[in-house]
Design a protein around this ligand. Sequence first.
Ligand SMILES: Cc1cc2nc3c(=O)[nH]c(=O)nc-3n(C[C@H](O)[C@H](O)[C@H](O)COP(=O)(O)OP(=O)(O)OC[C@H]3O[C@@H](n4cnc5c(N)ncnc54)[C@H](O)[C@@H]3O)c2cc1C
Length: 417
Amino acid sequence: MPANSNQIAKNLKIGVVGGSIAGCTVAIELVRLGCDVTLFERSGDELKDRGAGIGVPPSVINTFISRDLVDADIPYFPATTFSRIWRTPEEHQYGYLAWDQPAQLAALNWGALYRNLRARVPNSVYRANQRIVSINQGDEQVALELADGSNAVFDLVVCADGYASLGRQTLFPEVEVKYAGYVLWRGFLLENELDEWQPLDTGIRCLGYPGGHGIFYFVPGPNGSVERGERLVNWGMYVPVAESDIVEFLTDKSGKQWEGSLPPGAMPLQTERALKDKAYERIPDYYADILEKSPDTFAYSIYDCEVPAYRKGRICLAGDAGAFARPHSAAGALKGMNDAVSLSDAIRTHTTLEDALTQWNIERTAANNRIVNFGNQLGRALVKEIPDWSKMNATSMEKWFTSIVTMQTEYLPAKID
Ligand SMILES: Cc1cc2nc3c(=O)[nH]c(=O)nc-3n(C[C@H](O)[C@H](O)[C@H](O)COP(=O)(O)OP(=O)(O)OC[C@H]3O[C@@H](n4cnc5c(N)ncnc54)[C@H](O)[C@@H]3O)c2cc1C
């Protein structure tokens, strides 16, 4: 007779690599199922303060609240429009509004989401400052080698170690992470530094310009406040950087080369100055002033990657360690958390671990590769081939958008008829 699922979970020793959004969610879910979980995170305590804003479909938040992954009163702002705006000589202060595109997005503070999750992972499970340097699969066990030379052996290892995942490289060395040809320059500004808050009060502002666009929206303030005057303006500007120039772009003011991102405050002053100056030519002055005042800006280079599978033997991938999509898809956190929730559901509802992993793998591979394609379509429409919106209106904007972005998601719902 097959063992029941609780027995499977109770006998499982699980290793999780990475303790950010996806890793914490995996750990919470599997601990609750009764598994014996150990999570290894290479960073110390600093993760919680490093994020800015993040957007997810509102229904996702409700699901996460109902599973007690986040507090019922986690602060966020619901947004129902993407206001597509273009700078014109006549409307250089606030820009020309070409289209209020319907959207369903909840804007959260990344740090608040992370802290909610981290608080639910028992401290006995979360091992900070522990970097995994190799992952070795045996017949029915997986050995993790730590940077200090020690080893730990598990029945199942879930790699939630982000976009440059050691887990993905171990399982699928042939998989390529593709640079999209542009970076996301980011920052935030406390609301009390704004001259006026009204232009940002509702929805998400999306400022188009040749070669990219910028997004601006309020997220709850650093202490979680949603009160007027205490919010945080979260912004990101997509900026083309040729592949041949990316190493130089990711070299910080002390000459150190970073991979994939430049952390807050590390960007050389002249690079930041040039980006801020350029913004005054590209986007309306109201928004360029926000960039001008923002301290410690940072940047990510944009990549995407599809994967052939989410598991091989006893090693699974979760979050950005699996397929990962360009940020236009607003799927980073949602995808990672869904991977975790569905893994736990699969283990709970199947009678053998093998069946659970087989089913979970099929479902996650299809769903997440689809999100990658959605992100690529958005990147084509909103960065690579962005047309001049100043010559368009709501009707022509919708026609253009749906001719390129044929996939729909909950966050960008079906077109209006
Ligand atoms: C500090 C931080 C701030 C972020 N801020 C934002 C934000 O403001 N807005 C936004 O949209 N997205 C943000 N992201 C990205 C976003 O969290 C992810 O795209 C998404 O949520 C998927 O999360 P993830 O857990 O799969 O990957 P990630 O969040 O990238 O986490 C991967 C984790 O694995 C750890 N790790 C990697 N390799 C190893 C190893 N060998 N051994 C042990 N640990 C390892 C990393 O230190 C990291 O904590 C941020 C990510 C980080 C790490």
